[in-house]
Design a protein around this ligand. Structure first.
Ligand code: 6GU
Length: 226
């Protein structure tokens, strides 16, 4: 999979791809990520990329021309399966969306900033809009990193068997059950007996019960989606 990200803050986005799982995915050639600094497509000596909004109001708006120039250049080189705009006023990212995107070949992500982008960018170029939750971030950069992490870890071969994405919370609309490691008794706080029993069937049953219990307590809305 190839991911191109158009951003005003490329430095803010570098480290997630230089560490941990995403770094390994890139090293294994299972993913490539290219950052494009929108500023380089700006106007004049100041490389202007934003301007005041028509009709008045606080906050600068990213102009269509620098973005159009950048997207057109990228599109002339390859076909993109999706052109995604990261913005809080969009449907929220969930596991099915991440699953679907993990099967794509080329994805282009535009991250918003300031007051957002000129609506004509969204009308003309964007095929999918994604928010990562009901709160406001300063820009879409960190949201893009979240999206990339959720998607890249699903690409076959990125995770080892022991961390298979299939057993993640949300893959079956259930939260994960509690997990424990050594010691089995920490200052009188004991690991549930069943996990030490060696009885695989009983352990699976316990984990499933705990998953349902946790989901009922913390995210009952997920159970309604089944
Ligand atoms: Cl994608 N962008 C911004 N700026 N804020 C957000 C978001 C995205 N998702 C949730 N909050």
């Amino acid at each position: 999979m190839r991911i191109d990200i158009i951003t005003v803050e490329p430095d803010l986005l570098r480290s997630p791809f230089e560490n941990s799982m995403m770094k390994r995915a890139i090293e294994k050639n299972l993913a490539e990520v290219h950052l494009h600094n929108l500023r380089e497509y700006g106007f004049g000596n100041y490389r202007q990329i934003d301007d005041y909004q028509f009709g008045g109001g606080a906050g600068m708006v990213l102009m269509i021309e620098p973005i159009a120039k950048c997207i057109d250049e990228l599109k002339s080189k390859r076909k993109y399966d999706e052109v995604i705009y990261m913005t809080p006023d969009a449907p929220t990212l969930n596991q099915p969306t991440a699953n679907t995107l993990s099967l794509k070949e080329n994805i282009l992500i535009l991250t918003g900033h300031y007051k957002g982008v000129d609506q004509r960018v969204r009308d003309q170029y964007i095929t999918k809009e994604i928010s990562i939750g009901d709160y406001v971030l300063t820009g879409g950069e960190l949201a893009a990193a979240v999206l990339c992490d959720a998607v890249i870890r699903l690409i076959p071969g990125v995770l080892g068997d022991e961390t298979s994405a299939l057993t993640d919370s949300f893959q079956d609309n259930l939260l994960s059950p509690p997990v424990y490691t050594r010691p089995s008794d920490y200052q009188g706080m004991k690991v549930p007996e069943v996990l030490l029993s060696g009885n695989f069937h009983k352990i699976e049953k316990w984990r499933n019960e705990k998953a349902i219990e946790r989901t009922q307590q913390i995210r009952p809305d997920l159970l309604d989606e089944n």
